[in-house]
Design a protein around this ligand. Structure first.
Ligand code: PGA
Ligand code: ZN
Length: 414
């Protein structure tokens, strides 16, 4: 193939780098027709049971077993040689090749951390080759900015203390534009910090850059935040509403939901009732992973009761997987999907899920992982897929802010 007309892959390289939690992750470097791209793979903590496999070395002599040298080796020696000479811009062909070489149904042979690094790097190098911004390369018609869901209070598995609710997010739907939404978020974030200090509460941040104070109850967390929105001069419900990621699978044991901070143990109906009360009391417009990832019947009930009023988001439930989304659609389990490329392991499969979600009238939310890097791929992905929202943490910690800053630049271009 003519190297001047297409980005033809010449070299595939990979290395072990560190993510925002200081654990190793995979970085892939691809050279195609003289252009080079680098992509880094993120890593979750409250991972879904049905996600594609993240390959870790398990060698306790290195990084407490969390090394990724095996995945790096698979990029170099199992995938790499097969990719040389291929057109990096033929994403479907590249990703099919990765899926076939791995051969398993969940990337368990060579790891989704190996395949995703290659898959992203191929699209990035192609955008560079064609001298286009990544979002524009992925979709020349993209013209809308996502609303950021800004995770200012971290709890659950993303903090040592804090609420049972893993994420309490600002949903600044009243902003004039993306830039304004970040300003609003930042102003509230700093009011919240002042308020926490005033109440003698901790202001250290959790994995996604939100504060993680020890709180009396889940209501206490929400009320603190509402107070800060008002202090920052915004109208609750008009300018800014709230969104939750409950990550309920992480506290579901023996068919019950264990809310430690509230000291309550609830069954599925109890949890749905808990959310009904919350949305009556507070301007909550979106609830993610309100129930366990295997509680399909519960999800359908929850969507029946709450789905006409708020966004019901499946993250661990769908794991960016068409089969699970297809089941969810049939069973009317939700009305929105959280999209994390890492959960499935290739860009093509990620785009397929998004396209299925859109056909089913589900909103799509592009998301980071709690362990992330300076890579800003998902910012462009959110714009390219015209997703209504992006979830990429708080307005602290550079790996979170990097995505928001990238979106500021994209908004100027658009
Ligand atoms: P994770 O969390 O990256 O730890 O899976 C993010 C989320 O649950 O949305
Ligand atoms: Zn989640």
């Amino acid at each position: 193939m003519d190297k001047t007309l297409k980005p033809i892959i010449e070299k595939v390289h990979a290395r072990e780098i560190l993510d925002s939690r200081g654990f190793p992750t995979v970085e892939v470097e691809i050279t195609a027709s003289g252009h080079k791209s680098i992509s880094a793979v993120p890593s979750g903590a409250s991972t879904g049971e049905f996600e594609a496999l993240e390959l870790r070395d398990g060698d306790t002599k290195r990084f407490h077993g969390k090394g990724v040298l095996k995945a790096v080796d698979h990029v170099l020696n199992n995938f790499g040689p097969a990719l040389i000479g291929k057109d990096a811009s033929n994403q479907k062909e590249i990703d099919d090749l990765l899926i076939n070489i791995d051969g398993s149904s969940n990337k368990s042979t060579f790891g989704a951390n190996a395949s995703l690094g290659i898959s992203m790097a191929c699209s990035v190098v192609s955008a560079t080759f064609y001298n286009k911004s990544l979002y524009h390369y992925l979709n020349p018609n993209s013209n809308v900015m996502p609303v950021p869901m800004i995770n200012v209070l971290n709890g659950g598995m993303h903090a040592d203390q804090g609420s049972d609710l893993q994420e309490i997010m600002l949903f600044p739907h009243g902003a004039k534009n993306f830039k304004h939404s970040l300003q609003m978020g930042s102003e509230v974030f700093h009011c919240l910090k002042k308020e926490l200090k005033k109440q003698g509460l901790g202001t250290t941040v959790g994995d996604e850059g939100g504060f993680a104070p020890a709180l009396k109850s889940n209501d206490h967390a929400i009320e603190l935040l509402l107070n800060s929105i008002e202090k920052a001069g915004f109208n609750i419900g008009n300018d800014i509403s709230l969104a939750l990621d409950v990550a309920a699978s992480s506290f579901y044991k023996n068919h019950k939901y264990h809310l430690k901070v509230d000291g309550s143990v609830l069954d599925t109906d109890g949890m749905i009732g808990f959310y009904e009360d919350l949305i009556k009391k507070y301007p909550i417009v979106s609830i993610e992973d309100g129930l366990d990832e295997n509680d399909w019947e519960g999800w359908a009930n929850m969507n029946k009761v709450l789905g006409s009023k708020i966004q019901i988001v499946g993250d661990d439930l769908f794991v960016t997987n068409v089969k699970r989304l297809s089941k969810g659609r049939k069973e009317k389990a939700a009305n929105s999907i959280l999209v994390k490329p890492k959960q499935i392991g290739t860009l093509t499969e990620t785009l397929e899920v998004i396209s299925m979600a859109k056909k089913a009238n589900f909103s799509t939310i592009i998301s980071h992982r709690s362990g992330d890097t300076e890579d800003t791929f998902i910012a462009d992905l959110a714009v390219a897929t015209m997703s209504s929202q992006i979830k990429t943490g708080s307005l602290a910690r550079s790996e979170r802010v990097a995505k928001y800053n990238r979106l500021l630049r994209v908004e100027e271009e658009l």
